[in-house]
Design a protein around this ligand. Structure first.
Ligand SMILES: Cc1cc2nc3c(=O)[nH]c(=O)nc-3n(C[C@H](O)[C@H](O)[C@H](O)COP(=O)(O)OP(=O)(O)OC[C@H]3O[C@@H](n4cnc5c(N)ncnc54)[C@H](O)[C@@H]3O)c2cc1C
Length: 314
């Protein structure tokens, strides 16, 4: 399976970001991550396209892989060990010990693990779990570059704003060596908002319209700052120019190929309007509900799955 290990640099765009860079470094080291605090010269050697104010972080173990291929390989392992996978089957009801599929079939289960992403809150609510939470979807758009493979050597990330759950625009090396810029974090009007009207649901639109004012009134985040930075990213030129702050040679005319959008299953705590920034896992009767599995839940999925299963088996 193709896996690439380009490593990642985290750069600053102002002196004010240096304390946040140091916090990131201290936290990473405390969590056992291999990290190095580097200067401008070391950054230039690692990634000639990147710029920083006076210091940056270097994460040599950051890698990249194709998620669909990883999931297919895991699915094959399940089959090889005698497990059965039922694909393309919508769950329409759950009860302790059983789930009902859209075609009417019932599947019994000792313990249900609800990992339904954008619909995890809906399934949890059927079980009377996590009723203070609602999904507030955010759309992530990316643009691919026309640079030759290998021109961008490392992922280049900004220092995140710890008041908000989004990472900010960054440059990624794909598994094929291409350069990619994004994402946006633009409110989605319905959950599976992947195209112009694909997956449209009037009911979900009404749900988002009800939940959004809660977030807008929240004291937990820099909501105005978020609106000011995120909404203009609908413009490809603006989005790519944000990446220019991290890598000055980036030009909007080089990043014209639109990637497939992703929709972030972001959990909102309705009473406080807080966007949950950590994993949220809630227990139910003979069930466990993974309500917030935001990035990096894919990268950490094997460790995260072990954490969830250990919680069930004690
Ligand atoms: C733009 C973007 C960039 C990201 N980048 C990264 C990254 O760089 N690294 C990283 O680690 N993570 C990243 N993530 C996050 C990552 O995608 C998620 O953490 C991960 O997909 C969560 O996995 P999951 O299995 O919990 O949910 P999902 O991957 O959302 O899977 C849920 C599944 O449940 C199915 N489902 C829903 N409802 C039902 C139902 N009623 N019946 C049957 N099936 C149902 C869905 O069809 C779906 O297949 C990114 C996310 C976005 C949006």
């Amino acid at each position: 399976m193709p896996v690439k290990d380009p490593g990642k640099v985290v750069v600053t765009t102002s002196h004010e970001q240096l304390p946040a860079l140091d916090t990131l470094y201290t936290r990473g080291v405390a969590n056992g991550v291999e990290l190095e605090r580097i200067d401008v010269k070391q950054l230039r050697e690692l990634e000639p396209l990147a710029r920083t104010v006076s210091a940056a972080l270097w994460s040599p173990t950051t890698g990249v892989a194709n998620p669909a291929e990883v999931v297919s390989a895991l699915a094959q392992r399940v089959r090889d060990r005698g497990g059965e996978l039922v694909m393309g089957a919508e769950v329409v009801a759950v009860a302790p010990g059983s789930v009902t599929l859209k075609n009417g079939d019932q599947i019994s289960c000792g313990h249900l693990i609800n990992a339904a992403g954008l619909y995890a809150d809906t399934i949890a609510h059927w079980c009377d779990v996590g009723t203070d939470y609602r999904m507030l979807p955010f759309k992530g758009l990316y643009w691919y570059g026309n640079w030759p493979s290998g021109q961008l050597k490392r992922h280049i990330y900004p220092v995140p704003d710890s008041r908000n759950p989004f990472l900010g625009v960054h440059l990624t090396v794909t598994v094929n060596g291409r350069a990619k810029i994004g994402p946006t974090a633009i409110p989605s009007l319905w959950r599976e908002d992947y195209g112009v009207v694909s997956g449209f649901s009037a009911r979900e639109l009404a749900g988002v319209a009800r939940s959004f004012p809660r977030f807008l009134a929240s004291k937990e985040h820099d909501v105005l700052g978020l609106i000011r930075t995120e909404l203009p990213k609908y413009s490809q030129k603006h989005l790519v120019n944000r990446a220019k702050l991290l890598a000055p040679s980036v030009r909007p005319s080089d990043f014209k190929e639109k990637g497939r959008p992703g929709v972030r299953a972001q959990l909102l705590h309705v009473p406080t309007g807080k966007l949950e920034m950590d994993f949220v896992v809630e227990p139910g009767e003979r069930s466990t509900h993974i309500l917030n599995a935001v990035s990096p839940a894919w990268t950490s999925s094997l460790a995260f799955a072990k954490f969830v299963v250990d919680g069930i088996t004690g």
